[in-house]
Design a protein around this ligand. Structure first.
Ligand code: PGA
Length: 261
């Protein structure tokens, strides 16, 4: 995994936006895998700004969101549908049929998952998968113990995730206990993965993901097996990494050579 450390979440968001914007400019019909949560808010703000101020065109972009709570309709303000409308989709020109988010209110979640997975395949697979990481190392809602090879599926949320996401629901009791998530197998088929992590609360999960063994106990550690994964960290999220000095050295070398690599 390539490790790039930024001073704070603001500069990390700028770096992430530069990577995504470059992907859209290089391939206007790019297929993006997108996360929700607090970490990518600055990324979405910058993408909206690039659309408004710099003419970034999303008209041929396709997106697949990572996950959605089971039991919430797309109209529910706490759903990830609502999150995506508020932070990205209402502000850029992605045609409606090209923005895909699992439907947590569908009657038959199992069939829906198979269709969602088929939709990703029909779109040609995900070119760039953007990811956050949970305090327990989850990717999407692939919680510790998840299959490292699964496609889109229904999963139970881990207690740490319910606790971490309670802010959006008022109290923990209101957080749904089930979700639809794109699986780790699907994530691993993406051509590039961009992991974003900020804040000291993520430092242990980041260390396990980057330097620990590849294990379902830390689902994000599967990215060590990905041929093109980059971890964008802020200083706080990077602070428990054992080989931090080496990553900084590597980053300086990489930045110096960037236009020749
Ligand atoms: P966060 O969520 O960005 O709100 O910390 C990330 C995640 O749980 O994957």
């Amino acid at each position: 995994m390539n490790i790039l450390i930024s001073p704070d979440l603001d500069s990390l968001s700028t770096r992430a936006s530069e990577i995504v914007i470059a992907a859209i400019r290089a391939k206007p019909d790019v297929v993006l895998g997108l996360p929700t949560g607090r970490t990518p808010l600055g990324l979405y703000e910058r993408l909206v700004h690039a659309h408004r101020e710099r003419g970034l065109d999303f008209s041929r972009v396709t997106t697949f969101n990572l996950d959605e709570y089971v039991g919430l309709s797309p109209d529910d303000p706490r759903s990830y549908h609502a999150y995506m409308r508020e932070h990205l989709l209402d502000h850029v020109n992605i045609p409606e049929g090209r923005a895909h988010i699992p439907d947590g209110s569908c009657e038959r979640p199992g069939e829906h998952c198979a269709e969602y997975e088929a939709g990703i395949r029909q779109a040609g697979g995900i070119d760039m998968q953007v990811l956050g990481i949970g305090v327990n190392g989850h990717l999407g809602f692939n919680e510790p113990g998840a299959s490292l090879a699964a496609g889109t599926h229904v999963t139970a949320l881990a207690p740490e995730t319910i606790q971490a996401n309670a802010y959006a629901f008022g109290t923990e009791e209101h957080v749904p206990h089930l979700a639809v998530t794109v699986g780790l197998g699907t994530i691993m088929h993406a051509r590039r993965c961009v992991l974003m992590a900020a804040g000291e609360a993520k430092a242990d999960a980041v260390r396990a993901a980057v330097e620990g063994p590849v294990t379902a106990s830390c689902p994000a550690s599967i990215l060590q097996m990905h041929p093109s994964a980059v971890a964008l960290l802020d200083e706080a999220a990077a602070c428990h990494l054992e080989r931090l000095d080496f990553y900084r050295h590597q980053q300086r070398t990489w930045e110096a050579l960037a236009d020749r690599l």
